[in-house]
Design a protein around this ligand. Structure first.
Ligand code: F0G
Length: 369
């Protein structure tokens, strides 16, 4: 596979942007959909809610090619898989990994099989796996059981596992931390993330540490992860046999990167917290209606944590203990809202009926007719 021609002004993809930090060589065939280089959006309202002079930024990973942060890891994992001669990609997924794997497999011209917990994947993500041409297998079991089964394929010739147990995935995902530092000029004080399989938390920490070591940053952020309260194995320090949350992306009871993420929280001086589904969905709605950012429910969890801040009560900022004055805070918004349309299909979606008549519209808008 030859390197593609460079399109002026276009995003070059994370491998070309951060090649020197990634496990690729000149001869690695690059499978890219121009992922990465996502915006870091300042949120004046969240900054005001947190108070204490904080500045809150949102890293909008839903703007990647398949609508989630998984594309960063997938470009590296699939490029390396092709380099080593793989002919089939396989993964377990709560939906986003399977969408990304299917797309990059299509791009690379190889087969892809995705193992999904039956009935637990949002329709948008399922549609992606089908339309990109993956073999979609619905398993009677939860995500953790799907991943257990996928592990058994490690020794099959020509098969590459592209879950985050594949180290190339986390290598690609660490580039999001590089981008945050490149955008801010240094690392933030605090970084907040949703936690499911715990790979992304681990990848960000690795990215921050490596960039700091390369003198691209003068400091390291504290990493705070959040699990849904019904699917909180790391928080409760034991495997959840029946994880339950309406934020289906993070419905995971036995995270693959558990140890690495725990080390990231400990080494960075952060921690793991829990957020109820009610708070997740309130934040999901708040982000769309106050910031114009429509993300999937799991992606709203770190914003939900910030919304719990109590700026009027001095010293009462509970979600982030010991927050310094004027802190720079980054939340990663991991996936796009259109992936989980059922999450918003309720009464709010009923349009106001009207005849095709200007005065009727004016009266609906409360304007003089
Ligand atoms: N947010 C979204 C939108 C996700 O899809 C995931 C994980 C996470 C957060 C959590 O990231 O697993 O690295 O801790 N989705 C995986 C999947 C499990 O199969 O798509 P994590």
């Amino acid at each position: 596979m030859n390197s593609p021609p460079v399109v002026p002004g276009a995003s070059i993809g994370v491998i070309e942007r951060y090649r020197q930090f990634l496990p690729v060589t000149e001869t690695t065939p690059v499978v890219s959909l121009s992922e990465g280089s996502t915006p870091l959006i300042f949120s004046p309202r969240l900054s005001a809610i947190v108070g204490r002079g904080a500045r809150v930024y949102l890293k909008h990973e839903g703007l990647n090619p398949t609508g989630s942060f998984k594309d960063r890891g997938m470009t590296v994992a699939v490029s390396k898989a092709i380099e080593s001669g793989a002919r089939l990609l396989i993964c377990a997924s709560t939906g986003n990994t399977s969408a990304a794997a299917a797309a990059y497999a299509a791009r690379a011209g190889i087969r892809c099989a995705v193992l999904l917990p039956a009935g637990k994947i949002t329709i948008g993500k399922l549609a992606q796996a089908f339309v990109y041409g993956a073999v979609v297998i619905a398993l009677e079991g939860n995500f953790d059981q799907c991943l257990q089964l996928v592990r058994d394929f490690a020794s099959e010739p020509g098969v590459a596992i592209v879950n985050s147990i594949n180290p190339d995935r986390l290598e690609g995902q660490k580039t999001a931390a590089f981008e945050v530092i490149d955008a801010l000029g240094d690392a933030p004080d605090v970084h907040l993330l949703p936690v499911g399989n715990a790979g992304n938390t681990s990848a960000y920490w690795r990215g921050y540490v490596e960039y700091r070591r390369a003198n691209r940053a003068t400091r390291l952020p504290r990493i705070f992860g959040f699990e849904a309260s019904g699917a909180a194995p790391i928080y409760s320090e034991r495997v959840a046999a029946r994880p339950e949350t309406a934020a289906s992306a993070i419905r995971i009871g036995n995270p693959a990167s558990w140890k690495m993420a725990t080390a990231a929280f400990r080494e960075s001086g952060g921690s793991i917290g829990i957020i109820t589904d009610e708070e997740i969905f309130a934040a999901h709605h708040w982000l769309a209606s106050n910031e114009g950012l429509f993300v999937e429910p799991a992606s709203a969890i770190s914003v939900a944590a910030l919304l719990k801040a109590k700026p009027d009560a001095p010293g009462a900022f509970s979600p982030l203990p010991d927050l310094a004055e004027n802190a720079v805070i980054v939340c990663t918004l991991t996936g796009h809202g259109l992936k989980d349309i059922n999450a918003v299909l309720n009464d709010r979606l009923k349009p106001v009926s009207a005849p095709a008549d200007k005065s009727a519209i004016l009266s609906i808008l409360g304007m003089p007719t």
